[in-house]
Design a protein around this ligand. Structure first.
Ligand code: FNR
Length: 341
């Protein structure tokens, strides 16, 4: 019989679909409305080609980097996503351990199924905490204080969710998001993204997640964000917002190197990571593949997903003639826009 061992990250999706009830799988996999943006995120990477430099000694490849001063083994980090317990009983505890074992940073979601304290106790590694600021600020204030006390090193403020996107699979499945431990008892849903207020209650650096225009990127710098995450929430919020990889350069130019730019959405291959870095991102976040790894094989599956992406990135760097991340330059990729000029 043929081995069912996955050989790439995409193959974890089918394994997750087999492992999960339909309702949960579709909650993870789905996007908003026509799912145009969901598909565009992946497809946009496929339209970017790589210009390899081959006359380079690539006997040693170094993928390590720093994020806000913390060393990580590669520029591949774990995106915040809610309700990991739907994938595996160990939920975020397993994800956090896998991220720690991979020497990378996990961003714990506001909507996690384990609390900030429980996840912090499960492993000691650098973790960031993702937040939405609600009108009822005491809810956010309480969580920020708890996250800071439990050793989280940054706050990731997600700014693309003033309302929930319309995810039609969830509507059909009557998927009700009600098991989010950190947000128990929360009723208000109006986001008030006030970075100045956050800065008054915490010393932690604040990254803004969900920036996809140069206008907002400039505001992020002005208000003192420590970094921006170019994200359309994995196509789960505003459908027909652009594929994130296509707007990375716009954001990179707007922030002028003052703060790091991270991108997420549709990263499924090491070559995708390579392309994101070539266009000026410092790192990428991976969302759904982590959930699929967790659903298919628990903690080990998450480790495998990260490891596969790392191995693919290392190979892409070697074949493209880049021995360290700083060697990956704009001239190593060709976008559709380049071809038109
Ligand atoms: C998310 N995402 C997300 N983002 C966030 O800031 N807070 C959250 O609680 C969640 N929850 C969440 C749940 C699920 C099931 C998914 C799939 C995604 C968005 C996430 O952080 C990230 O932006 C995208 O998942 C990246 O796209 P890919 O890698 O999934 O294509």
């Amino acid at each position: 019989t043929m081995s069912s061992e996955p050989v790439n990250v995409n193959e974890f999706k089918a394994l997750a679909e087999r492992a999960l009830p339909k309702m949960y799988f579709e909650f993870y996999a789905g996007g908003a409305e026509d799912e145009h943006t969901l598909k565009a995120n992946e497809e946009a990477y496929q339209r970017i080609t790589i210009r390899p430099r081959v006359l380079v000694d690539v006997s040693r490849i170094d993928m390590s980097t720093r994020m806000l001063g913390y060393s990580i083994s590669s520029p591949i980090m774990v995106a915040p996503s809610g309700l990991h317990k739907l994938a595996n009983p160990e939920g975020e505890l397993a994800t956090a351990r896998a991220a720690a074992a991979s020497n990378t940073i996990m961003i714990l979601s506001f909507g996690s199924s384990y609390s900030v304290e429980e996840v912090a106790a499960s492993c000691n590694a650098v973790r960031f905490f993702q937040l939405y600021v609600y009108k009822q600020r005491h809810v956010a204030a309480n969580l920020v204080e708890r996250a800071e006390r439990s050793g989280y090193k940054a706050i990731v403020l997600t700014v693309d969710c003033p309302r929930m996107g319309r995810r039609e699979a969830d509507i059909k499945n009557r998927m009700i998001v009600s098991k989010q431990k950190n947000v128990e008892g929360l009723v208000s849903t109006e986001v008030d993204a006030d970075v100045a207020w956050l800065k008054s209650i915490t010393k932690l650096p604040i990254l803004l997640k969900g920036i996809i225009t140069h206008e907002d990127a400039r505001i992020a710098v002005e208000v003192g964000a420590a970094g921006v995450i170019v994200s359309n929430h994995g196509g789960r919020q505003l459908d027909y917002s652009p594929a994130t990889i296509n707007v990375v350069e716009e954001v990179v130019h707007a922030v002028k190197g003052k703060i790091p730019v991270i991108v997420d959405g549709g990263v499924r291959r090491g070559t995708d990571v390579f392309k994101a870095l070539a266009l000026g991102a410092q790192a990428v976040l991976v969302g759904r593949p982590i959930l699929y790894g967790l659903a298919a094989k628990g903690e080990h599956g998450v480790k495998q997903v990260i490891q596969m992406l790392k191995e693919e990135l290392e190979l892409a760097m070697a074949l493209a003639g880049c021995t360290s991340l700083k060697d990956i330059t704009r001239s190593h990729v060709r976008t559709e826009r380049d071809r038109c000029q």
